[in-house]
Design a protein around this ligand. Structure first.
Ligand SMILES: *Cc1c(COP(=O)(O)O)cnc(C)c1O
Length: 357
């Protein structure tokens, strides 16, 4: 029996990836020149599909990187000269702050207990802050901000660049780009693709900031500075030889998602998360790690249990691979991915087992 991966990343491949891999090989995608018309057409089509999927306005642009981790570094290099502010409520938001500290800039934070989110109404951000970083879905804990919180933050701090980590919330999350200057994700989470490709959405404001820093002789990085990326992407190319196979696969998977209907995917995400939280409630040995309903993630369901390890082992015997807890929670949590590739039937079956586990 084939294993089903409910791990949060890497995760189960999107169900059509195998056949798209075959067509990639048949079409020599990994052998043709990355400067060829043929490959630029793939890049162009991928950008266009991403624009439709996220309903991106013309003010927002797309870049390809190696990972989301890379984007953390690029964001600091390109949009921050002296000061960034980070909302921290888990390991990933903390990691971004750590990247920023490496640049010897002034890094300020607002912190929430793990399993919760920062109260947006209460934070004080110095005027001198250039970028505010928020992690939409903290994959380490299963705590997610309601979209409204992101918009409130953007309205309260209109002078700052608002950067949203949507690594494990895209594409189920629908963001209003009026409030978001930059957002990013990598493809091994909810897109169900092999790792090694990051997608960076940035607007004119980020590009202008980067150009302004460059004009003042500041270091903004070399091949993946925003002006350099933009110059190449205007021709549907990348400065370096990119992960061509994955760009091709992303194109095909987004095509499949659009054919299924992104609204349907979003509706089903909500439904499937409700099924999982219900199962956790019905099993006396499991409790949702995130207590506040407002902050319960729809894409990363986290339960705590003294039997976490045993339950994961029992599920493994049924060929269902669940995620362990992150870092210090390794043996005390179960993390379950609820991504577009996980069908309603799969989640219902998993929930049935969980209730009895
Ligand atoms: C996985 C993850 C990242 C890092 O992604 P990489 O592709 O490993 O660079 C960043 N933020 C969040 C919320 C994540 O879940």
């Amino acid at each position: 029996m084939k294993k089903q991966y409910f791990t949060v990343g890497p995760s189960q491949l999107f169900f059509s990836v195998e056949s798209h891999m075959k067509s990639a090989l048949k079409n020599d995608i990994a052998s043709i020149s990355h400067r060829s018309k043929e490959f630029s057409a793939v890049v162009q089509s991928t950008v266009e599909k991403l624009r439709v999927l996220f309903d991106l306005p013309d003010s927002h642009h797309i870049a390809f990187t190696a990972s989301a981790t890379e984007i953390w570094e690029r964001l600091i290099q390109n949009t921050v000269e002296n000061e960034s502010f980070h909302l921290i409520n888990g390991a990933f938001s903390e990691k971004f702050a750590r990247v920023a500290r490496n640049y010897n800039i002034n890094v300020q934070t607002a912190e929430a207990d793990y399993g919760s989110c920062v109260d947006i109404e209460k934070i004080l951000v110095p005027e001198s802050t250039e970028l505010i970083a928020i992690t939409h879905n903290e994959t380490s804990t299963g705590a997610a901000y309601p979209e409204d919180d992101i918009y409130k933050l953007a309205e309260a701090f209109a002078e700052q660049i608002i950067a949203v980590d949507m690594v494990s919330s895209a594409p189920a999350a629908k963001l209003d780009w009026k409030f978001v200057d930059t957002a990013y994700f990598s493809v091994q989470k909810a897109f169900g693709l092999p790792a090694g490709l990051g997608i960076w959405i940035y607007n004119d404001r980020c590009l202008e900031k980067s150009q302004e820093l460059l004009n003042r002789q500041k270091i903004i990085g070399s091949y993946h500075s925003l002006p350099e990326i933009k110059k190449f992407m205007d021709k549907f190319q990348t400065p370096e030889t990119p992960n061509m196979l994955n760009i091709y696969l992303l194109n095909k998977v987004i095509g499949d998602m659009l054919a299924l209907g992104i609204d349907r995917i979003r509706r089903e995400t909500v439904y499937k998360s409700a099924v999982l939280y219900q199962a956790i409630e019905e099993n006396n040995d499991l409790t949702a790690f995130v207590k506040d309903d407002r902050y319960k993630s729809k894409t990363t369901i986290v339960a705590e249990s003294s039997r976490a390890l045993e339950i994961r082992e029992a599920m493994k015997k049924r060929h269902m691979i669940l995620g362990s807890g992150y870092s210090q929670y390794k043996n005390d949590h179960i993390r379950i991915a609820n991504f577009p590739t996980h069908s309603k039937e799969q989640i219902e079956m998993l929930a049935d087992f969980l209730i009895k586990a």
